[in-house]
Design a binder for this molecule. Structure first.
Ligand code: NAD
Length: 476
């Protein structure tokens, strides 16, 4: 059984949970110890105690831990990437790429540890000096979703540690494996006891204790809107600092003047790669009349060629859906779309493969309206719907007509429309002639409206959440 990490010690518990491969449900990757309230409280206590020293550690110490971690992840990227694909179901190439990304994030924040600046100003009062500095927030509770098993823990843990915080990390129940490896690497890379704690277990137990325990100073959460709203409420009650990254219903606009090949590739990549299980996935494809039919036929041809199979096979382009519940959700939404008048032109069915897993044929649904449930609610699978519009103005209106605002894309050769869209898309991230999913790690990540709440993640903007500002006045 893979144990919990609390105060620098590996702790087993009486209760374990199987980590199952969605490409082959007979393959149990390992059993992961499950924390209860007592273990979660011990982890929080350890983090609070460790913070007294780590909060005053030197930038060099933080840099060294983060850089060693980055180097080991990179060195082991094939092995960890394989574990990732085995537990989550994205293809091996995607698993290795995500692992490489995690290493790059640790490398970036190793450098950031040496670059934290403050301000020194003259006071408006004679002879007085003012210093504005940034201090750690304290104990950060990290609650992660299952769809990026290593990148999301990395982009929360690396800045937390970089800025002198201590961490209690709770991975999603379905993917404890990569978070476990990450905690082990950090531990061996010199993170002192209690700086990094790993508590696997259910959200309703471990997560809830992190929200309710007054010794947790901040919560960085990524997951669904429903859970995020509960997390936000609980944090407000205790005035905890909180950052919420949630769902999306990301539009991808295709104008008549678009390059057809670019439009098709961006759509297929944005909607279906990583099995469509990305918060930035394109799910509403908004297409103007002149290109609509040519575009739809080309996407259907492309989708028919996609190889859906075991994530670990080198020929696979789309891995399985993460579990049975998600598979059922994908099937249900296809049925809902059909019942409301959508035309399922390709895919939308469960597939059988050599091994028993959760295989689903990516679906393209045409003739949909933006008011239909398929265009209002997040499916979180390889399901995209097409909305036909008259012109750019209508396309922009439809793109913005959603409660979400994470990523918004456009495919056009017109500078005029591209520039206008960049300014008027109501989203945290805008893509021109690029898929809505796929971002850099050195710039801010996050959304607007129901997609995000609080300070941005990633890049140097991460310091807004992971530090707290102090203003000090000194008279001679
Ligand atoms: P989820 O909301 O079901 O779970 C997320 C995490 O919250 C899990 O670790 C879960 O155990 C925990 N949790 C559940 N109940 C809790 C409680 N009462 N208290 C504290 N924690 C609790 O989400 P999921 O199914 O794991 O992930 C999919 C969702 O994540 C999608 O909506 C997707 O769009 C979103 N997501 C968003 C981003 C982003 O950056 N915006 C990135 C990836 C995924």
């Amino acid at each position: 059984m893979k144990p919990l990490l609390i105060n620098g010690e590996w702790i087993t518990t009486s209760h374990g949970r199987d980590n199952i491969n969605p490409s082959d449900i007979s393959d149990v990757i390992d059993v992961y110890a499950q924390a209860g309230i007592a273990e979660t409280q011990a982890a929080i206590q350890a983090a609070a105690q460790a913070g007294e020293k780590w909060g005053h550690s030197t930038p060099q110490q933080r840099h060294d831990v983060l850089l060693r971690t980055a180097n080991e992840i990179l060195q082991r990227k094939d092995e960890i990437g394989r574990l990732l694909s085995r537990e989550e179901g994205k293809t091996l190439a995607e698993g290795v790429a995500e692992t490489t990304r995690a290493a790059q994030i640790f490398d970036f924040f190793a450098g950031e540890a040496l670059r934290l600046t403050g301000d020194k100003l003259a006071s408006v009062r004679p002879g007085v000096e003012v210093d504005v500095t940034r201090e750690p927030v304290g104990v950060v509770g990290i609650i992660a979703p299952w769809n990026f098993p290593i990148a999301i823990p990395a982009w929360k843990m690396a800045p937390a540690i970089c800025y002198g915080n201590t961490v209690v990390m709770k991975p999603a129940e379905l993917v404890p494996g990569c978070a476990w490896v990450l905690a082990d690497i950090l531990h061996r890379s010199g993170a002192p006891a209690g700086v990094v704690n790993l508590v696997m277990g259910p959200g309703s137990v471990v997560g809830q204790e992190m929200l309710e325990n007054p010794r947790v100073d901040a919560i960085s959460f990524t997951g669904s809107v429903a859970t995020g709203a509960r997390v936000g409420d609980a944090c407000m009650k205790q005035m905890k600092k909180v950052q919420l990254e949630m769902g999306g219903k990301n539009p991808f606009v295709i104008l008549d003047d678009a390059d057809l090949e670019t439009a098709v590739e961006c759509t297929v990549n944005g909607a279906f790669f990583s099995t469509g299980q990305r918060c930035t996935a394109s799910s509403r494809i908004i297409v103007t009349e002149g290109i609509h039919n040519r575009f739809v036929e080309a996407v259907i041809d492309r989708v028919r060629m996609l190889v859906v199979d075991d994530a670990l096979k080198s020929t696979t382009q789309i891995g399985p859906v993460v579990d049975e519940t998600q598979l059922q959700q994908d099937l249900d939404y296809v049925a809902i779309a059909r019942a409301q008048g959508g035309n399922v032109r390709v895919g939308g069915e469960e597939l059988r493969r050599e091994k028993q897993g959760f295989y689903f044929q990516p679906a393209l649904i045409t003739d949909t309206q933006n008011t239909m449930r398929i265009n209002r609610e997040e499916v979180f699978g390889p399901v995209a719907s097409v909305i036909r519009v008259k012109d750019y103005d209508e396309a922009l209106h439809v793109a913005n007509d959603t409660e979400f605002g994470l990523s918004s894309g456009i495919c056009t050769t017109s500078l005029k429309y591209a520039s206008h869209f960049k300014r008027h898309a109501e989203a945290g991230m805008v893509m021109v002639n690029l898929p809505t999913a796929g971002v850099d790690y050195h710039v801010p990540f996050g959304g607007r409206k129901a997609s995000s709440y609080g300070a941005r993640e990633q890049g140097s903007y991460a310091r807004e959440f992971f530090t707290i500002v102090k203003t000090a006045y000194t008279a001679p």
